[in-house]
Structures are given as structure tokens and as C-alpha cells.
Design a protein around this ligand. Structure first.
Ligand SMILES: C[S@@+](CC[C@H](N)C(=O)[O-])C[C@H]1O[C@@H](n2cnc3c(N)ncnc32)[C@H](O)[C@@H]1O
Length: 208
């Protein structure tokens, strides 16, 4: 059941469904992290749920400018001291931001449901940027659907992939093996892989 009563805020049902299972993994994986950058914050719903429940760290939202009004509206409705207003960050053109809280690179980056939306060149850009700046043992955490062993993991994911590619041929569900190989070229090692509800996965990469 939603903790957000009837609201006029732009709303993602998927975020509502997956936020608690994701949080449970983040509480474990981010227990030693201090400053987290979220790439592609979308509506901002994840951020207002995660930040107060990960009070030991700062949660910095970011997205392309078109999403900022929505993210700000969620932050105004559900503020938290460690929740930071969105940075304008477009993978296509921007360097990875520095944490305004520490004036240093982030020690963790989280992104949900973005790798199947952005083009493969932007997926590679994300891993390159993050691999370049994460400190040793820093984490890149990626949530979403992935294919495994060259196959869809469910009929639902297959349908989803077809619809994504019809809308934008550059988008589509990525192959887990391609992501792991890409990460490796940027000194990011897969340290954990969690099966998540609705045939999604949460991948944790650690900087070597
Ligand atoms: C499907 S939404 C996911 C939003 C949210 N993370 C979630 O799980 O609901 C994909 C997100 O990727 C962002 N995105 C698309 N292209 C981007 C780019 N070039 N740079 C940064 N973010 C981008 C979109 O603006 C959007 O917020």
C-alpha cells in the first residue's frame, strides 16, 4: 500500500512496486557509502523513499532538465535533510558531477531502469564516466531487466523489449554478459547480483 495519499504528483506505479525490494538491497550494499549520485531519477519517487531510509549518506538526484520540475515537486512534498535537489546531468554531453556535499567524486552511483532506455553508446558512456571517477571500492548499482545467456528471462520482458524497440530502435533490454564485459573494461567488477521481483535484477559493480 502506498505511503503517498491521493496525490496530484506525477506518479510511477513501477517505482511504487519496486522501491521496498530495492531499498532492502541498498541498505546492505550502501552501508559504507557516504555520497550517492542517482542517474536518471525520473519522477523522483525512488529518491524520496530511499533518502530518509539511508540517513547515513547524501542522496543526490539527477536527470535531464525535462524531469526536474517533477523531481522537485516530489522533494517539496517529501523533503529529507540528506536528499539533494536534482542536478542537470545528461549522459550525452555532461561529465559526471562532483558531490556538492563533499566536493569530491561520489563514492556510489545508482541508476534504475535506464540502461534499456538510453542508447548503447550512452550505456558505454555511463560505465566509462563512472569507472573513471569512482574511488577504489566505490560502487555502481544498476537496477532493471536484463537478458541472460542470450535469452529473455520472461515473456513479459520479451513483450517489453519489443515495445521499447518499436518506440526507439536504439533502446532495448541489454544482455547481462555485455554489461559485465563493458564494466570490466572500466575497472568495475560485478560483486553481487540480486534477483528482484517482476523479472528484474540489481547488479552491483565495485571499482577495483
Ligand atoms: C524509465 S526512466 C527511469 C526513471 C527512474 N529511475 C525509475 O526507475 O522509474 C529512464 C530515465 O532515464 C533518463 N534519461 C534518458 N536519457 C538520459 C540521458 N541522456 N542522460 C541522463 N538521463 C537520461 C530519463 O530522463 C528517465 O528519467
Amino acid at each position: 500500500m502506498s505511503i503517498y495519499p491521493s496525490t496530484a504528483l506525477p506518479f510511477s506505479q513501477a517505482c511504487e512496486n519496486n522501491k521496498q525490494p530495492i531499498l532492502e538491497v541498498l541498505q546492505k550494499e550502501l552501508k559504507d557509502s557516504l555520497h550517492v549520485l542517482e542517474v536518471g531519477s525520473g519522477t523522483g519517487q525512488h529518491s524520496v523513499y530511499f533518502a530518509p531510509r539511508l540517513a547515513h549518506l547524501t542522496w543526490q538526484t539527477s536527470d535531464i532538465l525535462a524531469h526536474h520540475a517533477t523531481i522537485n515537486a516530489w522533494h517539496t512534498a517529501y523533503p529529507a535533510p540528506n536528499l539533494y535537489k536534482p542536478l542537470a546531468f545528461d549522459l550525452a554531453v555532461d561529465p559526471l558531477p562532483i558531490s556538492p556535499a563533499s566536493n569530491q567524486p561520489y563514492d556510489a552511483v545508482f541508476t534504475a531502469n535506464t540502461l534499456h532506455i538510453i542508447s548503447w553508446p550512452l550505456v558505454t558512456k555511463l560505465f566509462e564516466l563512472v569507472g573513471d571517477v569512482l574511488p577504489a571500492n566505490g560502487k555502481l548499482i544498476v537496477y532493471g531487466p536484463f537478458n541472460e545467456d542470450g535469452h529473455y528471462t520472461s515473456a513479459g520482458n520479451q513483450q517489453f523489449d519489443i515495445s521499447l524497440r518499436q518506440r526507439d530502435p536504439k533502446s532495448g533490454i541489454r544482455h547481462l554478459e555485455d554489461i559485465i564485459a563493458l564494466a570490466k573494461t572500466h575497472h568495475l567488477r560485478l560483486s553481487n547480483k540480486y534477483a528482484m521481483p517482476a523479472n528484474n535484477q540489481l547488479l552491483v559493480f565495485q571499482k577495483l
